[in-house]
Design a binder for this molecule. Structure first.
Ligand code: GLU
Ligand code: MG
Length: 448
């Protein structure tokens, strides 16, 4: 423990913090928590908090499978809270929150620590002079105690906003008090659906903030009598909840997504990074959309990014280029990966996004032509000619593609790759045959 950490802990204590909720997100995309009293935090930060190693192979329903190294009830990992990322909670007196990294008992980083994987990829990018700015843009569904949507539309209307007004003010205030910069709030297209977006941050901070934002939203919503569902589909037949991931890449203070000679004004480096993300997309759908339920959302004509293509402001493309408004482009230009939903582990998904971008750079990949029309309107032959492919249509297909990706295996490392696949396989075996009504009923409260 450094003197700085002790001072930080002391300050939290003086502010009235009694308990610290320490969270990780597992391979099923479920957030798990262990809490320590503030007086135990210094010890936890040094020696960790115990948790079984089989959390690597948990499924969304808390059933447990096995993968090499994670196949017995013996084994303990140590969760080390990151004190630099710790936040005092607003509206939850006595509470603070901190994300953890997963270590073994010899204090080596566990190979299944998704947050540490992300840190390594951030460092790999930094060694090449590249930094990423990232932000999750989240959709979720608010239901009443009777499971009725809190608004019936029209989407984006003041009519739909009315029952949300009190919640909106309180949630924005609470998030801001916790240091989260809220960019926008609106009632979304689907019944009971809300969208919020946030200011861009470095990848680890953005993933941390994503975890904190979702638990905060749930807490504030509960105070208004609302239940919060982050599942990709909450109401049968409705439009789903996305969790789009915005990213820009920077080098020597320059945004690589704008002011370049490449297609649509990308710089050559920006193009290669984006091409890497697009090239690996089909293989990584199991990472970005890892639930059986994800495929009830990831449909053509749903603005959910179900095809491998990119385009300027094309909301049906998996990667939407956002150039920004004149005057703001240097700062604002970014890419949006639309395929991703809330069942993704934000650390793992972000790590694989960075990894694929860096692979694109290393291989000097180029983008195909940008697509400005709806990819579902193209014939099979036209899609083939434009390298536009439908993404896997169910988790089984997505698992098959991921299992064959050497790139994914190498980037994640064998242990994480096998553990992740095993946990996906268990869910596919358990829920692959369930109809949509049962699936939404079973899974809608498990995420976020
Ligand atoms: N609800 C859509 C999705 O599932 C996104 C709609 C939008 O572009 O905001 O991703
Ligand atoms: Mg939206």
């Amino acid at each position: 423990m450094t003197e700085n950490s002790n001072t930080a802990i002391q300050k939290f204590k003086e502010n009235g913090v009694r308990l610290v909720a320490c969270t990780l997100v597992d391979n099923a995309g479920v957030t798990r928590v262990k809490c320590v009293p503030i007086d135990r935090l210094a010890s936890a930060a040094q020696f960790g908090i115990g948790l079984s190693t089989v959390f690597a192979v948990f499924a969304v329903d808390d059933h447990i499978t096995a993968s090499p190294g994670y196949d017995t009830p013996s084994g303990d990992m140590r969760l080390i809270p990151d004190l630099a990322a710790m936040v005092e909670l607003s509206g939850a007196p006595g509470w603070a929150w901190a994300p953890v990294d997963q270590y073994d008992q010899d204090l080596n980083v566990m190979p299944i620590c998704q947050r540490s994987l992300l840190k390594r990829l951030v460092d790999t990018a930094a060694a090449q002079g590249i930094t990423f700015k990232t932000a999750f843009e989240i959709e979720f569904t608010l239901l009443t105690a009777n499971d009725e949507p809190v608004h019936d539309g029209p989407g984006y209307s003041p009519i739909a906003l009315l029952p949300l007004e009190g919640f909106a003010v309180e949630v924005v205030t609470t998030l801001e008090e916790q240091g989260i910069q809220v960019a926008q709030f609106h009632p979304e297209y689907s019944m009971g659906q809300v969208e919020m977006s946030f200011g861009a941050l470095g990848p680890v901070a953005a993933a941390d903030q994503h975890v904190l934002a979702r638990t905060t939203i749930r807490r504030v919503a509960a105070r208004h009598g609302f239940k919060t569902a982050f599942a990709p589909l909450v109401l049968e037949g409705a439009v789903g909840n996305g969790c789009h991931l915005h990213f820009s890449a920077w080098q020597a203070g320059q945004n690589l997504i704008t002011n370049g000679d490449g297609p649509e004004g990308l710089t050559p480096t920006g193009e290669a990074l984006a091409a890497g993300v697009l090239t690996h997309l089909r293989d990584l759908v199991a990472v970005y959309a890892p639930s059986v339920l994800s495929y009830s959302r990831l449909l053509p004509d749903h603005w959910s990014g179900g095809f491998t293509c990119w385009g300027h402001e094309n909301r049906e493309a998996a990667i939407r280029l956002i150039k920004g408004t004149a005057g703001s482009r240097d700062r604002a230009a970014n890419m949006e990966l639309k395929t991703i939903d809330h069942t993704a582990n934000p650390y793992l998904a972000m790590a694989m996004l960075l990894g694929s971008a860096l692979d694109g750079l290393e291989r000097g990949l180029n983008l195909p032509q940008p697509l400005q029309i709806n990819p579902s309107s193209l014939s099979e032959a036209e899609r083939e000619a434009n390298q536009v492919y439908r993404l896997p249509v169910d988790l089984g297909q997505a698992i098959d593609r991921l299992a064959q990706s050497d790139f994914a295996r190498q980037t994640m490392g064998d242990a994480q790759f096998e553990a992740f696949l095993a946990s996906r396989q268990l869910e596919w075996d358990s829920y692959g045959q369930m109809d949509q009504a049962q699936l939404t009923e079973t899974l809608r409260w498990r995420y976020g």
